[in-house]
Design a binder for this molecule. Structure first.
Ligand code: NAD
Ligand code: DAU
Length: 349
């Protein structure tokens, strides 16, 4: 039985990847290693937690000695590394957490793999990264796999550093690595600090929807289960040393996305047209706010045959339905000082 280590499996994307692998590959043992920060939540995995091929280990990837011990104990055959601090705004107010987890934590995992894997031929270290490493686009153009790195926030700089280190271990120690860089994900189980779940939560509770600057920044949105399907495909079929960009070819300005979301929310909550949109509040812009991200995903489509399965309208409806049906999940993650923290964040423009 192969043992796959998935880090960050209690988070948003990680929980979708864990669920997919546990259900689809009963002959593989899936070990989910997660520190359970504010963003990690074992409620994201209740439906699979009792499966015989699943085990959860609470651990911090910043603890290098522990990582080595766990690699010896579990004899991992491969790693899918998603654990990270992931929110750009938090990286602006507290960069050190990002340096520790995203850079040191990744190096600890690389070292543990390098020092405990004897035969590299049948191993795989798959690092999950972001399109933000490429910086910010103007009104035209796309990010390709060979676009030069130009990270501009502490978050993206920490992810770029980790990507460089992963490639350095490939070239220097022949560690069998693969990397993918994905655009903005949306879907169920996303912590309500990111634009879509935060806005759904605020609309539901008649609170202001904070839009940074003029809402003209552009993101390229992908349904999280389509990201998980791309990860599955890359994990199983990519050539060692390769990088793949993953994106939905689905660009939206923040403000037009929020108008679409407001229309859906009005319908689902039986409100009159325009009621949710009246909550839109323009607030002070994010420092160093990247203007536009857009992924060219031709390589993964051509070489591996991957395609996103959902149109954005369909995915967004599904997402709204999930949050409205899972009020208990939302109440749980927004308990404690969540509201105090977010109410403090915004200064009206
Ligand atoms: P998330 O914040 O929802 O989850 C991160 C998980 O990592 C949490 O479960 C958290 O508890 C865990 N974690 C954090 N620090 C840890 C540590 N020191 N040790 C062990 N576990 C730790 O993040 P996400 O949005 O699911 O992103 C997952 C990965 O995908 C990240 O590497 C992120 O950079 C990348 N990514 C995210 C997106 C996106 O749109 N969300 C897009 C592209 C790439
Ligand atoms: O591109 C991939 C990246 O996408 C991932 O690597 C990150 O982990 C993920 O958090 C996401 O980063 P963004 O900064 O693009 O996501 P966020 O949801 O925070 O913001 C999306 C856009 O919406 C961005 O232009 C900022 C804006 N925004 C965000 C929030 C939270 C607002 O206008 N108001 C808000 O309240």
């Amino acid at each position: 039985m192969k043992t796959i280590l998935i880090t960050g499996g209690a988070g948003f994307i990680g929980s979708h990847v864990v669920r997919r692998f546990v259900n689809k590959y009963p002959d593989c043992k899936i070990v989910n290693l997660d520190k359970l920060t504010y963003a990690g939540n074992l409620n994201n995995l209740r439906d699979i937690e009792k499966k015989p091929n699943y085990e959860f280990v609470r651990a911090d990837i910043v603890d290098g000695a522990l990582m080595k011990e766990l690699f010896v104990k579990y004899k991992f055959d491969s790693v899918i590394h998603l654990a990270a601090e992931s929110h750009v705004d938090r990286s602006i107010s507290n960069p050190m957490e990002f340096i520790n987890t995203n850079i040191l934590g990744t190096v600890n995992l690389l070292n543990a793999a390098r020092l405990t894997w004897e035969n590299m031929a049948d191993k795989r270290f798959y690092h999950i990264s972001t399109d933000e490493v490429y910086g910010s686009l103007g009104e035209t153009g796309y990010f390709y796999e060979d676009t030069a790195y130009d990270p501009r926030s502490p978050y993206s700089a920490s992810k770029a550093s980790s990507d460089h280190l992963v490639r350095a271990y490939f070239h220097t120690y022949k560690l069998p690595v693969v990397i993918s860089n994905c655009s903005n994900n949306y879907g169920s189980f996303q912590f309500p600090e990111k634009l879509i779940p935060l806005s759904i939560h605020n609309i539901k509770n008649n609170k202001p929807i904070p839009i940074y600057g003029k809402g003209e920044n552009i993101r390229d949105w992908l349904f999280v289960e389509d990201h998980a399907s791309a990860i599955d495909l890359i994990y199983h079929t990519a050539k060692t040393g390769e990088t793949y960009n993953i994106g939905g070819h689905n660009e939206w300005t923040n403000i037009s996305l929020i108008y679409l979301l407001c229309e859906i929310m009005d319908r689902k909550l039986h409100r009159h047209a325009g009621e949710s949109a009246s909550l839109i509040t323009f607030v002070k812009d994010r420092a160093g706010h990247d203007l536009r991200y857009a992924i060219d995903s031709t390589k993964i489509q051509r070489e591996l045959g991957w395609r996103p399965s959902l149109q954005f309208g369909e995915g967004l409806e599904k997402t709204v339905d999930w949050y409205l049906a899972n009020e208990a999940w939302m109440n749980d993650v927004t308990s404690g000082d969540y509201q105090k923290y977010y109410d403090k964040q915004y200064v009206k423009r």
